[in-house]
Design a binder for this molecule. Structure first.
Ligand code: IFM
Length: 450
């Protein structure tokens, strides 16, 4: 089949209203870390600690997106996507995490949203993608304090009031497991705490803040869909040994069921509570009902499957399997399996794949970036998403991570996920061949709808 025919055939496997997009996050691309009244975030602080970021870098400049907004939005037009998922930097809106909003911060996101709407692109807003105002961390221990959930509710209300009339949806949190576990148990991400009990409490406060924010948004904008985004991975056991099987069940509890059960069943899984024992979070009466209020959508970020081993850390790849530059296994069928499993085990709201993508060692040659491996990764995962729909999963959207190469947290700038290559010395953007392919897919899918 010719390339054009195969792209058209792929589009036909998705329903007409399916939302196609790309995603990014504030700290990873914006830069302008201390401009126009923005307060410092915990990532601004964390990056100053020696040794925590692989290349010693930070998001202080990143892709300089804050100063290149219009030309970056033009890239979205070039890609012909329906939607752009981005996050709002809380410390741009409330520099200390409380009190009156910073008008310049709101104005930036107003410009972003209006720029999208002018280009006929739907704004998918995430309220928290890890850049907590540092003042909340210093004053009260950040997410370890219950009060931070209330501060988040106030921030959400400000954003909903000011921008909510023009956004397609609000996601409260991006990947609360990362905030809790990488940020507070393993200490690999900001704020760099290593304490399992604090991590468990943080996960509860993030979920609680999701519930409070959802209520606040709905009070102001009852028509705007509200959801949350989780990083989910199917967990398999390395061998059939009882110990590996038990470890896989526990890992699934910690990563998947802890969040899914709380949000969709209103209770934390008993086996994980038992495992945490004295480190389990303090839960006040009414918390679980708040957390489990109806979701308008659930965002799933999928990258790789997880292999569990008794007595050693889980691995993001089966030995010998093809991997990306992150060391993550390329396993599209695991995406189909994951979505089908969620649909089997839960009464779900509509699902969106809010992130999927791959880092590879891109090289610019003669002004071009030929990233065949990324294109194949994306195409195989889009096919896997279609397989899930054909198996009955109510999947409504797919977003590539990411629009641009960007600051990949503790890995710094060495890992490139973008459809557009960023030359950080000049801030030039170069469309990779995967961008050209994705734009063709977008145009073909758009034609079907018109
Ligand atoms: O870059 C991150 C993003 O911030 C959250 N999800 C996973 C991506 C790749 O690691």
């Amino acid at each position: 089949m010719s390339d054009a025919r195969s792209i058209e055939a792929l589009c036909r496997r998705f329903p007409p209203g399916f939302v196609w997009g790309v995603a990014s996050s504030s700290y990873q691309i914006e830069g302008a870390a201390a401009e126009d009244g923005k307060g410092p975030s915990i990532w601004d602080d964390f990056c100053k600690r020696p040794g925590v970021i692989a290349d010693g870098s930070s998001g202080a400049v990143a892709c300089d997106h804050y100063h290149r907004l219009d030309t970056d939005l033009d890239l979205l037009t070039e890609l012909a996507v329906d939607a752009y998922r981005f996050s709002i930097s809380w410390p741009r809106i409330q520099p200390t995490g409380a009190g009156a909003p910073n008008e310049s911060g709101l104005a930036f996101y107003e410009r972003l949203i209006d720029g999208l709407l002018r280009r006929n692109i739907k704004p998918y807003v995430t309220l928290y993608h890890w850049d907590l105002p540092a003042a909340l961390q210093h004053a009260q221990g950040g997410w370890a304090a219950r009060d931070t959930a209330h501060r988040f509710r106030d921030y959400a209300a400000i954003v909903a009031q000011r921008l909510g009339d023009r956004v397609a949806s609000f996601a409260t949190h991006n990947e609360p497991w990362v905030t809790a576990t990488l940020g507070h148990e393993l200490g690999l991400f900001a704020p760099g705490v290593r304490n399992r009990a604090i991590a468990a409490q943080v996960s509860h406060h993030c979920l609680l803040s999701h519930g409070l924010a959802a209520q606040a948004i709905r009070a102001v904008r009852p028509e705007t869909p509200v959801g949350i985004v989780l990083n989910l991975s199917p967990i398999t056991h390395a061998t059939q040994s009882g110990a590996d099987v038990a470890q896989a069940a526990l890992e699934d509890g910690l990563l998947v069921r802890w969040y899914m059960d709380a949000l969709l069943k209103g209770a934390y899984p008993a086996d994980v509570l038992g495992h945490l024992a004295a480190d389990a979070p303090r839960i006040e009466s009414g918390d679980m009902q708040l957390i489990a209020q109806p979701l308008d959508f659930l965002g799933v970020n999928y990258y790789y499957p997880t292999i569990a081993y008794a007595g050693k850390p889980a691995s993001p790849a089966t030995p010998g399997a093809p991997i990306t530059d992150m060391g993550w296994e390329v396993a599209p069928a695991s995406l189909t399996g994951l979505l089908a499993r969620l649909a089997r085990d839960y009464v779900l709201p509509p699902l969106m794949i809010t992130e999927n993508g791959a880092a590879y060692r891109d090289r610019v040659e003669n002004g071009r970036v030929e990233d065949k491996a990324r294109r194949e990764y994306l195409e195989s995962h889009v096919r896997a998403a279609a397989d899930a729909i054909e198996r009955g999963v109510d999947l409504r959207g797919y977003f590539v991570w990411s629009l641009l190469d960007n600051f990949e947290w503790a890995s710094g700038y060495d890992k490139r996920f973008g459809l557009y290559y960023v030359d950080y010395a000049t801030q030039a953007r170069i469309a990779k061949s995967s961008a050209t392919w994705y734009a063709r897919l977008m145009r073909a899918c758009r034609l079907r709808r018109s």
